[in-house]
Ligand binder design. Sequence first.
Ligand SMILES: Cc1cc2nc3c(=O)[nH]c(=O)nc-3n(C[C@H](O)[C@H](O)[C@H](O)COP(=O)(O)O)c2cc1C
Length: 400
Amino acid sequence: MINIGPYQLAGRAVLAPMAGVTDFPFRQICRRLGASMVTAEMSGSNPALRETRKSQLRLANPDDAEPRTIQIVGTEPLQMAAAARYQVESGAQIVDINMGCPAKKVCKKLAGSALMKDTHLVRAILTAVVGSVDVPVTLKIRTGWDPESRNAVEIAKIAEDLGIQSLAVHGRTRACRFHGLAEYDTIGEVVQAVNIPVFANGDIRSAVKAKTVLNYTGASGVMIGRGAQGRPWIFSEINDLLNNKKTTSELFTAKSLNLNHTRIQERFIMEHLMHIHDYYHEICNSDNNVNLTKRLETFSKSEDCKKKRNTEKHTELAVRISRKHICWYFEQMIQVLVDSYNNKDLDSVESQGLKQEVKQLITNIETAKKQFNQLSSRNAQLEHVEHFFGELHTTGDIAA
Ligand SMILES: Cc1cc2nc3c(=O)[nH]c(=O)nc-3n(C[C@H](O)[C@H](O)[C@H](O)COP(=O)(O)O)c2cc1C
């Protein structure tokens, strides 16, 4: 069992914070499918930006399952402390500090993973943030600045001494950005060096890999980022594998892309799609969200026009966000089939027919994905996904 302050996590797999990805609807679907903790997209610590739509959308959502974890990023210790307080007042139950993000925008200002270079500043930030709130503060780091200066162990010890309650370590240095493969040796060293829970992060895209990384590093848990895009059920797959239940990791692999399983996928994908639209639509029309409403008012003075414009703006936003997520679902389906196509078992003469079917299905999904990207309304998107699965179901089991 992983404990972070008063919170006991029910499983060992958590969702990584991802800007532009881990919004409320995605966090919800991941929680429903077994993620034991989810972190919202990072929020800048600059108070001047608090009123922006982006910042407002990144606040803790009271409907988020506990513990509601919010990530902050910045450089100035006092500003970070104030940001942490603001997040807690807005409902955050855990504050995570980002020292893992290599984005230029963040690093230019020596925030995110760039901070790992300056241990004095790391100390100052951690001291200020931990001292400013009475909720657990956690930290996300990389293995170091570059392959020659992997100082994750040093930072981890500092963090533990200063009261950080858990660590997530991405197995790449800042200089590696997302290139090459994540390495887990440094994560293992961090686990040995501290007594707080450590989450291993980086390139974990299957339940089997999660188990391997946990065994190799001795980490308390795994943090999954891109592996959950278009595949939020990875969390239940990991939980089942770790709990020695009949593994559902086979649920969504090529060999079992059959009728039952695609129906399960359809249910979750439709649910996610509807939730994206409901959520962004509600935000636009909610009077509770005073800041957002204020900003949106600037679009027009007339009430009718205002409402219409707000709705249009947010419909566009929901449509755009849906495109991203639904296309990931299509892409992961294609990946499963490509793996199946490349499977040597299908090279035998008897399997040639099946191989053709798989190839055709890949083409169909690619077409469906392209078409989805052209759609510009909620109903059209929902109908498209429904129609796609309807067709898939009439085709029957393809690789049972
Ligand atoms: C689109 C995207 C956005 C990200 N945003 C954040 C972020 O806001 N904060 C953060 O600490 N890390 C961020 N990351 C890094 C991830 O949390 C994670 O450490 C990284 O993707 C490696 O894990 P993975 O291989 O499981 O994806 C982001 C990664 C991606 C791909």
